[in-house]
Design a protein around this ligand. Structure first.
Ligand SMILES: Cc1cc2nc3c(=O)[nH]c(=O)nc-3n(C[C@H](O)[C@H](O)[C@H](O)COP(=O)(O)OP(=O)(O)OC[C@H]3O[C@@H](n4cnc5c(N)ncnc54)[C@H](O)[C@@H]3O)c2cc1C
Length: 413
């Protein structure tokens, strides 16, 4: 049978892999649909484990070729550099070669990049954790530091908390600080937060409340005045310099610039603005999923997590399959279940949440937290294998139709 529909999936992260594999499963009875998956690296990056790599641990080497083996998906190792939405073509730069792909349906799942341009010096003197290469560079730099050197993690969200704990546990001879504008891990319940602070005390992670105003090669400038809080007696001036031999930046996520450069409608953070079924508002032949998409639910906007990237990728596959079968796509409904946070390899905390991410009281800590976190980290080959039906059909971990809150019709933008 000749191919009459070409689906090109850009980005083989959690969302893109899930879309491609699930669509291949949905379409396996049809010979007329071809799926091409494009990713710059031949390796599937477990982005949610990059703090482990940065601290010096080794991650599984998951090869995309192997993950898509036997599915009929064509994998192209390259980066999409131009999308011409008028004539439906994508330019892909591979090693030493340029390829131009025609598409009928495009899935935009390029993830996001950490915003390092908002504070002077952050782009030059900090390391974000967006890629294996950046995390590996941090790992090398950490081993070169003399005992007692200062490592600073900017950003008190869950990525910053996990990163500070992981580095402090693996490198007990270094002085690790976490800088946070508000309370670190503010999105957790008070019981879960208390566990984070206990663990920080155990590991010697020092927390500084402040707004980073400048990053220098060997220091971070903090303003406490912007917070409207008085400095602690004797310890801080309103503006202070914290010496730092190695600084990491973990706060602020932006979409990759490609969507906006290609004329696809994005929000202020560069995320593709989607309709309820995850089609780009400006281009119904383009779907967006995962961190790259601005996804609204009845309760508000979905924030970038693997927990939401997997089901959004699955939904995109289901929507494309419905359209190819002559049906209308359904609205995407999602609700969070938990916030699972590693605190080094030896501890973790899981805060259970309502669909909109607000914390419930139930918490798991210690060994139970570690085990849950590992399960929630969704060992990708297993989840992807399940979705392709190669090893039986289980609902992917992280996939959820959410609680009651998500069953209301999605509000339009
Ligand atoms: C240290 C850390 C810890 C985290 N911990 C958790 C956690 O515990 N739980 C959780 O749910 N989430 C966590 N997250 C967030 C989670 O990793 C992301 O939300 C998730 O990776 C988003 O999946 P995605 O598929 O949208 O994007 P990604 O996983 O970022 O995948 C995007 C893919 O697109 C590729 N790509 C980029 N540009 C191009 C291009 N031009 N052409 C082709 N391909 C391209 C990238 O190389 C990548 O493979 C963590 C993140 C970090 C950094």
């Amino acid at each position: 049978m000749s191919i009459n529909h070409h689906v090109v999936v850009l980005g083989a992260g959690y969302a893109g892999m899930m879309s491609a594999l699930r669509l291949s499963r949905r379409m396996r009875h049809r010979g007329d649909v071809h799926i091409t998956l494009v990713n710059p690296s031949p390796r599937f990056t477990e982005r949610l484990r990059l703090h482990q790599l940065a601290a010096g641990h080794t991650l599984h080497d998951l090869r995309i070729e192997q993950l898509v083996d036997g599915t009929g998906i064509e994998f192209i190792c390259g980066a999409a550099t131009v999308i011409d939405t008028e004539i439906r073509k994508v330019r892909v730069e591979t090693l030493g070669r340029v390829r131009v792909l025609d598409y009928d349906t495009l899935v935009y799942a390029l993830g996001g990049v950490t915003e390092v341009n908002a504070v002077p010096g952050a782009d030059q003197h900090t390391y974000p954790l967006d890629s294996v290469r950046q995390a590996a560079t941090v790992a090398r730099r950490l081993t070169d530091l003399a005992p007692g050197s200062a490592v600073t993690v900017c950003g008190g969200g869950l990525t910053g908390v996990e990163t500070a704990a992981e580095i402090a546990e693996t490198h007990p001879g270094l002085r690790v600080s976490l800088i946070s504008r508000g309370e670190p891990a503010a999105m957790l319940s008070s019981a879960a937060r208390a566990h984070v602070y206990d663990r920080f005390d155990q590991l010697g992670v020092r927390v500084h409340r402040g707004v980073v105003t400048k990053v220098l090669p060997d220091a971070v400038e903090l303003s406490r005045a912007d917070l409207g809080v008085e400095p602690d007696a004797g310890e801080w001036e309103a503006t202070d310099l914290l010496s730092s031999d190695l600084t990491l930046w973990t706060t602020g996520l932006r979409g990759q610039p490609l969507a906006a450069e290609s004329g696809i409608g994005t929000d202020a953070a560069g995320l593709v603005v989607t309709d309820p079924s995850l089609r780009a508002r400006t281009h119904p032949d383009i779907y967006a999923a995962g961190d790259a998409a601005a996804i609204r639910q009845a309760w508000g906007q979905v924030h970038g997590t693997a927990q939401s990237a997997l089901p959004s990728g699955a939904h995109v596959a289901d929507s494309i399959a419905r359209q190819l079968n002559g049906k209308e796509p359904k609205p995407f409904r999602f609700g969070y279940r938990h916030r699972a946070v590693s605190l080094g390899r030896g501890d973790g905390v899981v805060g259970f949440v309502r669909a909109d991410g607000t914390p419930r009281r139930r918490v798991r800590t210690g060994d139970s937290g570690v085990r849950y976190k590992e399960l929630a980290s969704a060992r990708p080959p297993r989840v992807f294998a399940h979705t392709t039906g190669l090893f039986g059909l289980l609902r992917p971990i992280g996939s959820t139709r959410g609680g009651r809150a998500t069953r209301k019709p999605a509000t339009s933008r």
